[in-house]
Design a protein around this ligand. Structure first.
Ligand code: BV8
Ligand code: ZN
Length: 292
């Protein structure tokens, strides 16, 4: 049976739901100007992030990997949450959620590392006269690009400064030339920053790495995430190509457990024919329209 596009039927299903999860990907932040990994952003096409988002790449060429993350840190810091981030933040507050799903608990799981969901939560809380802590916790399962981990002492910190992490990276601010994609960047054009001039740990002077989960590394909060996925009877899939595991497996797990799946994506993706609901279009429009 092909997925329903009826907002009325979706809202009815929400009313019956007990455990709702949302699993988001790069499409959630696309409207905020953060390039996605495929499609126009061209991360995968023009500049294979797979080849940079690995511990091996960092080991082999920390200067190149740091310039990739410097660019993305700058992008994240200069971007703002969009209406889809706000909608997800709204239903993270139980009393707002109750209006659309009176019997449900909600858990948000994001693959994104840009920190925009945390910013949206703060903004929604401030507008509603609430504390962010009144919202249910959400999981940034691939870490945060503004976090830093020391490869020597393991110290984890967060750096929200707009300023580049070190003078050597500041000099590469222009990387890459095209503001919307990573296209055109190749090893010749990239500066060769000596190890000692890359971001270093304040405590021990060790080399810092971005606080994200690379391919081949274990995602964060797996125990909590596996628990909520196993309980979920409604899974909202927002702006993800569902190509990276284990996040890509959550919707089918919920469906196998008899739950419902609602996909919010710009285009059709693998597996959305099994979805119960499919809302094609920009999630910054389709998600708020469907929820409220
Ligand atoms: C793990 C952080 C074991 C870094 C990311 C071989 C070797 C090693 C591993 C593997 C292997 N084969 C398979 C694996 C597993 C691997 C994997 O899945 N590989 C894939 C490529 C096959 N996974 C891992 O390694 C993971 N770890 O498996 O450990 C384990 C497992 C379970 C339990 C314990 C241990 C770790 C993966 C994490 C990698 N890190 N990010 C960084 O960001 O630099 S992944 C990164 O890419 C993102 O976080 C995201 O997850 C992924 C990109 O996917 P999307 O977010 O979906 O983005 P994409 O551009 O693809 O799609 C955007 C979608 O939005 C599109 O559909 C588009 O149409 C839509 N869209 C666009 N605009 C809008 C929109 N939709 C709505 N509105 C719009 N406006
Ligand atoms: Zn250290």
């Amino acid at each position: 049976m092909s997925p329903s596009t009826s907002v009325t039927a979706f809202r009815e299903a929400l009313k019956q739901s007990k455990n709702i999860i949302a699993v988001a990907g790069a499409g959630l932040s696309a409207a905020s100007g953060i390039p996605t990994f495929r499609g126009a952003g061209g991360y995968w096409k023009k500049y294979n992030a797979m080849s940079l988002a690995t511990p091996e790449a960092f080991e082999e060429n920390p200067s190149l990997v740091w310039q990739f993350y410097h660019y993305r840190r700058m992008k994240a810091l200069s971007s703002r949450p969009n209406a889809a981030h706000v909608a997800i933040s709204m239903i993270s507050f139980p009393d707002f959620l109750r209006e659309i799903a009176p019997e449900a608990k909600f858990t948000f799981i994001t693959q994104n590392v840009d920190g925009l969901s945390a910013r949206a939560l703060k903004e929604v809380a401030a507008k509603a006269g609430k504390e962010p802590s009144q919202a249910v916790p959400f999981y940034e399962m691939h870490g945060r690009i503004l976090d830093l981990i020391c490869t020597s002492c393991g110290r984890r910190s967060t750096n929200q400064d707009e300023a580049p992490l070190c003078p050597a990276l500041a000099a590469t601010g222009a990387l890459p030339t095209d503001p919307n994609t990573l296209s055109g960047v190749d090893t010749e054009e990239v500066a060769d920053i000596p190890l000692e001039e890359l971001p270093r740990c304040e405590d021990c002077g060790g080399l810092l790495r971005p606080g994200v989960v690379w391919f081949g590394e274990t995602p964060l909060h797996m125990e909590q995430i596996d628990g909520v996925v196993a309980q979920a009877d409604m899974c909202l899939v927002v702006g993800t190509s569902s190509t990276v595991y284990p996040a890509a497996s959550y919707a089918s797990e919920v469906a196998e457990n008899g739950g419902k799946v609602a996909v919010f994506n710009l285009e059709r993706t693998e597996g959305d024919s099994d979805a119960d609901f499919l809302f094609l279009g920009p999630c910054e429009q389709t998600l708020p329209e469907a929820l409220f």
